[in-house]
Design a protein around this ligand. Structure first.
Ligand code: ADP
Length: 819
């Protein structure tokens, strides 16, 4: 293992280095000590030798005995470390000298080392003294000795080298021992720990294993180290787990963040896409708006919140010959003052008020003064526009040249006025015609009815039949007159319809009752829904519609009478009432009669249209269905038909109906008319008590005679007849009438003037007054009622209605009469 080798090498290197240095220092110290000892020994040896030779040498010098001198120096020179010895006399003569032989000197490099260690050769000189002279030793010469420390130094060098070698061996051994100890005690346990550490699973997610304490190290530093390390691992593990968790949650957050970023990015892309689409759409819409504004109007404009122009199209400038600079920022008031515009409607103060109050829409007409001096009438429309906070930002709108329309409308208005007048003339003519026809009809039908009333000498059967023919023909003629007049009125828009809640079921029963004799005559069975007519009382639910009672009855009777007329003997007619949603009621009349050919169906509601076959089957005018349809439509309904020739027809119409809530508290009106048996009851009332005084003002003698005869038959009435208004007023001064019947068209004054004058007389203020006239227009009737008449009878009058008036007058006189 690299780690082990490296630690070992480092340890070895450093230990060896330290041991070497220490060994070297110790060796040098040892060597230095040896050297010092050596030098001391040499010095001691030399001193000993010299001291020993001094007496002989002194003798030799005193006696100048060269032989002795020679033996002394020879003896000295033979002893290490003396290299040379010389005895010099006091006269500086050398008595003897001796040198060491060369071969006794060490080898060249050894000598060099020894000289380096022990120093170079040196000389010592000692004075030699003879016998005392004058108590003073007598100097006789010198003994000079040259000392060479290297001489005999091989031992010393050997010792030094041996010490060095021993030191080296010691060092190596020490190194080896230290290394071994280090290996055993430190490095191997550390290696084991390192091995264990390397076994710690490097894979993320695995948990850390504690390291084993090497055997024998439980209580030393290695053991503590491993324990500390294990504690560290434990806390690292915990930290790792915490970090992993943190990383996990961080990853989750990161993923969430990334997905959010993705989502947001997608959203942004989508938004950008949508915004682009919206911008495109906006641009297209703006272009479309401009194009539409250009083509749908002559010009468009826009003003700010002060009413100053901010935009106006070229066409306006082309019309007026003005430049944009001259109108930009101008208000309508400025344009008026500049003479460009004159406001026609509404009046300028009113229009200004609308602008000042920021009315949401403006519509006005102006006259534009053109550059060529001409004029142009224009309709201006403007709409207020607001900021997102609701602040008024200004107006924008369009302008139209309506000169031609205005001229056309003017022409139309004139033409319409003409048509109106013509129509009024037609209506007037028809009303007059009707009046003229009704007056004689009154006499014809009145007398005919008189003939049929119960009388002392009744008519024989053939006479009765003749009279009945007169009445039928008269009725037919009267029907024709009425229908033509209705049609004329409807077409002229003069039909006055009331709108009241009506019990449609009761009204239908009433119509069925009225036509029952006719149906019976032709052996035709009639049904109301699935029940044969007449239904049991309370059998039919109340269905309330909104309409005009008289006209609704007219519609139902028209359709029912057609269903009977254009039927076959033994046929059937069925009237059905059906709720049509919450708002309408459908009334259908079905028969199984001769039917209508399919090619006639589209024209069947046209005036005077009749089918040939049916005109042979029954007489008619061809106006009934035309009037019926117009009446239905006037009451906000609609009528339809289906029919199959030879099988029957089915007519149905809808009429607005009332909901339960809107009819709360309303009770259907009791139908009084049409009831049979009235004659005897009413005449009994009239004949009871004081006769009724009736004043009849009528210029037509036939009608005078009719009234006289009628009242004679009725009985219980005193009649005074006068022909003019003035006659009547004259009579009234002295007489009191209980009932005044006045013809409206009198030769001198109109009937309503007579009525008013009579009302001014104190006695006549509460007297019942009835108008009788051939004028049957609603406005005539309403006018008459407004003039103080209590009732209005149309000529030709029904005998029954005259009798009703008489009874009413009688009741006013005697309120206690039975009702
Ligand atoms: P009128 O009955 O007086 O002729 P209408 O206007 O009521 O006039 O009818 C127009 C025509 O429609 C009739 O002449 C007849 O030919 C045809 N018609 C109306 N109702 C029926 C019906 N229920 N069955 C067959 N034909 C009918």
């Amino acid at each position: 293992m690299r780690l082990k080798r490296k630690l070992l090498h480092t340890f070895l290197r450093r230990t060896a280095m330290v041991a070497l240095v220490v060994g070297l220092v110790l060796s040098l110290f040892q060597g230095w000590q040896d050297q010092q000892n050596q030098l001391v020994n040499i010095e001691r040896t030399v001193n000993h030798l010299v001291d020993a030779a001094m007496p002989s040498a002194a003798m030799a010098a005193y006696s100048i005995d060269t032989g002795l001198a020679s033996s002394v120096v020879d003896g000295l020179s033979l002893r290490n470390p003396v290299a040379e010895a010389r005895i010099v006399s006091d006269f500086h003569d050398t008595l003897a000298s001796a040198k060491l032989h060369e071969p006794q000197m060490p080898d060249g490099w050894t000598l060099g080392i020894l000289r380096l260690l022990l120093g170079e050769d040196y000389q010592i000189s000692r004075p030699l003294f003879g016998p005392l002279y004058h108590n003073q030793p007598l100097p006789v010469g010198y003994l000079e000795v040259t000392v060479s420390p290297a001489l005999g130094g091989e031992d010393f060098l050997g010792r030094v080298l041996l010490g060095l070698a021993l030191m080296m061996v010691q060092t190596v051994l020490l190194c080896a021992i230290l290394t071994w100890v280090y290996l055993r005690t430190t490095l191997l346990p550390v290696e084991r720990i390192v091995d264990d550490l390397q076994d710690i699973p490097p894979e993320p997610g695995d948990s850390l294993r504690p390291i084993r304490i090497p055997p024998g190290h439980h209580s030393d530093e290695i053991g503590y180290l491993v324990e500390s390390f294990n504690r560290l691992i434990g806390s690292a593990e915990l930290e790792l787990i915490a970090r992993r968790r943190a990383e996990d949650s961080l990853r989750l957050i990161n993923e969430d963040l990334e997905s959010r970023v993705d989502e947001r990015t997608r959203h942004l892309h989508r938004e950008i896409g949508e915004r682009r689409t919206i911008e495109n759409a906006l641009r297209i819409s703006e272009n479309r708006f401009r194009d539409l504004a250009e083509v749908s109007s002559d010009w468009f404009w826009e003003s700010d919140h002060n009413g100053r122009l901010t935009i106006i199209s070229e066409r306006f400038l082309a019309h007026t010959g003005l430049s944009w600079e001259s109108v930009a920022g101008r208000s309508l008031n400025d344009l008026i003052e500049m003479g460009v515009v004159t406001v026609i409607s509404p009046a300028w103060p009113e229009l200004r008020r609308q602008i000042v109050h920021s009315q949401s829409r403006l519509t006005f007409e102006v006259m534009l003064h053109l550059k060529d001096g001409g004029h142009l009438r224009a309709a201006i429309a403007g709409k207020r526009f607001l900021s997102s906070t609701g602040k008024v930002l200004g107006y924008r709108g369009t302008g139209h040249d309506i000169t031609r329309q205005y001229d056309d409308a003017e022409k139309l208005r004139l033409a319409y006025g003409e048509a109106e007048r013509a129509n009024a003339a037609k209506s007037e003519f028809l009303a007059n015609m009707s009046h003229e026809l009704r007056t004689p009809m009154n006499a014809i039908l009145g007398f005919a009815q008189l003939l049929l009333l119960p009388r002392a000498q009744p008519l024989d059967p053939s006479q009765t039949q003749y009279v009945q023919h007169i009445i039928d023909a008269g009725d037919h003629l009267l029907g024709l007159i009425n229908q033509v007049l209705d049609l004329a009125r409807i077409e002229a828009g003069h039909l006055d319809l009331s709108s009241e809640p009506l019990d449609m079921a009761a009204l239908a029963i009433e119509c069925l009752d009225m036509l029952a004799p006719l149906a019976e005559k032709r052996s035709i069975q009639m049904f109301l829904d699935e029940r044969p007519v007449p239904p049991a009382p309370g059998d039919v639910p109340v269905l309330v519609v909104l309409g005009d009672r008289v006209r609704l009855k007219q519609i139902v009777i028209n359709l029912l009478s057609n269903a009977i007329k254009y039927n076959r003997s033994g046929g059937m007619v069925r009237l059905r009432l059906r709720e049509q949603g919450v708002s309408h009621l459908t009334i259908s009349i079905e028969d199984n009669g001769i039917g209508i050919p399919v090619d006639h169906l589209p024209k069947i509601f046209d005036p005077f249209h009749r089918v040939l076959a049916s005109s042979q089957a029954a007489e008619g005018t061809g106006v009934g269905l035309a009037v019926t349809r117009r009446l239905v439509e006037a009451m906000n309904g609609s009528i339809s038909v289906t029919s199959t020739e030879g099988e029957g027809s089915h007519f149905w119409f809808t009429i607005p109906r009332l909901t339960a809530a809107s009819i709360a508290g309303w009770t259907p009106r009791k139908m009084g008319d049409g009831e049979m048996g009235w004659w005897s009851t009413e005449t009994a009332i009239l004949r009871h008590g004081t006769p009724l005084q009736v004043l009849y003002i009528e210029d037509n003698p036939a009608n005078q005679a009719l009234m006289q005869d009628l009242l004679a038959v009725v009985g219980g009435v005193t009649l005074v007849t006068v022909s003019t208004g003035s006659e009547a007023l004259g009579w009234a001064v002295d007489h009191l009438a209980d009932l005044v019947m006045i013809d409206i068209n009198l030769p001198d004054v109109t009937g309503d003037v007579v009525a008013q004058r009579l009302r001014q007389m104190p006695d006549y203020q509460t007297v019942m007054m009835v108008a009788i006239s051939a004028n049957v227009r609603a406005q005539d009737i309403a006018q008459a009622r407004g003039m103080g008449f209590d009732d209005y009878l149309c000529k030709p009058f029904e005998v029954a209605s005259v009798v009703n008036c008489l009874v009413e007058a009688k009741r006013r006189l005697s309120p206690a009469l039975p009702s």
